[in-house]
Design a binder for this molecule. Structure first.
Ligand code: FEO
Length: 394
């Protein structure tokens, strides 16, 4: 590993995790990730902003050694989740006089998650400042991006905003700053979808608050640093806003081909009507890709056969995920088939209480689809198109 200079006396000293492919045993990481940790040296005091996942603590220690850091006065803990805080026990042992600076909620969580002793903490309030001599840290509480204790740090003299998970991306890139903007934005959108989307209404409020702060750099604790913050601020305003696109996300699974035939027919019917459609065969889908498309789509249609009187478990998983991620989707429907009966539609519909959607009547075939089912699928495509037109997006 190596340190990366952000500005004079500000270095990124964390770890790039090129090999990690799964986060929380749930989220795919096709491009790895990084746990950014920042060392800020003031004329009098030194602060470390966030640590790293405990699996990478050796990289953090190596980087601190490279900079000949013998004393750390403050360790700023933005967030209790272990990918940033998990190395705290090692670092406070290595730097025994260091205080962990955080808010009361985060302190409580760090003590319960990491069994850290009470006397290691220095608790701060929202907008409180901490002097490092010629550098001043200001703490800005930003709850629910994405846990209740999350906060940001503004380094006033250098106009750097350290944001931990907020504005992050799971991207193991060696340049510190954003290079390929389209690539980084795609990764950041995926990250937003998986981590931040359930809190998009609070994010809108945080974005408003940030308009009052004069920063020129956003330094998150995952992925590249933004030296042109407008790029990610505009993207977040778009993703967290209420505008939807003329798109249908179509997660589906088929066992013996009937649902597959219906999905393929519906895809063509939507294409013919000028509606963008994004199908995901759930038996081989990266759920991060699916989540990313849920950020903007006006409509979700779930395709499922009937299994043991209910939806296929993969379709139920997609419904559970969509419900938990709370996208701004406006319309929903279901297509699929059954052999002898069941409650597939009722079960799937009941799994979406968080979505504020209008349900467009589902199309369910008995066995293989016939003429009447294809006509119903044409009608479904018409209704989707009309709904999008009424929403002013088609
Ligand atoms: Fe990157 Fe919520 O931790």
């Amino acid at each position: 590993m190596a340190t990366r200079k952000l500005k004079d006396n500000i270095h990124e000293v964390g770890a790039i995790d090129f090999d990690r492919r799964l986060f929380d045993e749930l989220i795919p990481l096709p491009e790895g990730t990084s746990y950014n940790s920042y060392l800020v040296k003031g004329s009098e005091k030194t602060a470390l902003i966030d640590t790293v996942d405990p699996a990478k603590v050796a990289s953090l220690v190596e980087n601190l050694n490279e900079l000949n850091i013998e004393k750390i006065d403050y360790i700023i803990a933005h967030h209790a989740e272990q990918d940033h805080s998990g190395s705290l026990p090692f670092i406070v042992e290595l730097f025994p006089t260091a205080k962990i600076v955080t808010n009361a909620k985060c302190k409580e969580m760090l003590i319960s998650l990491l069994l850290l002793p009470e006397d290691k903490f220095q608790v701060v309030n929202d907008r409180e400042t901490l002097s490092l001599g010629d550098k001043t840290l200001e703490f800005i509480f930003a709850p629910w991006v994405h846990w209740p204790e999350t906060m940001l740090t503004y380094l006033k003299e250098d106009k750097v905003l350290f944001t931990c998970d907020f504005f992050g991306s799971h991207l193991a890139a060696t340049p510190l700053f954003v290079g390929d903007e389209a690539h980084v934005l795609r990764s950041a959108k995926r990250y937003f979808a998986e981590i931040m989307m359930p809190f998009r209404n609070l994010i809108k409020q945080h974005l408003e608050k940030l308009k009052t702060i004069d920063f020129t750099v956003i330094a998150p604790s995952h992925g590249p640093v933004y030296d042109r913050p407008k790029l990610i601020l505009d993207a977040y305003a778009d993703w967290s806003g209420d505008q939807v696109k003329n798109e249908v996300v179509l997660p589906y699974v088929s066992m013996h081909g009937s649902t597959q035939e219906m999905v393929e027919y519906l895809i063509n019917a939507l294409i013919a009507r000028g509606v963008v459609v994004k199908p995901y065969n759930l038996s081989r889908t990266d759920i991060g890709e699916l989540a990313m498309d849920l950020v903007d789509a006006a409509t979700v249609v779930i395709g499922s056969p009937t299994v043991l009187v209910g939806p296929h478990p993969l379709a139920a998983y997609a419904a559970f995920l969509a419900n938990a991620l709370r996208p701004k989707t406006r319309f929903a429907s279901i297509v699929g088939s059954f052999g002898w009966g069941g409650k597939m539609v009722e079960t799937l519909s009941a799994m979406l209480p968080n979505l504020k959607v209008t349900i467009i009547p589902p199309v369910i075939a008995k066995g293989a689809p016939r003429e009447a089912d294809y006509a119903a699928l044409d009608n479904l495509a018409d209704e989707i198109k009309k709904s999008h037109q009424a929403a002013g997006i088609a």
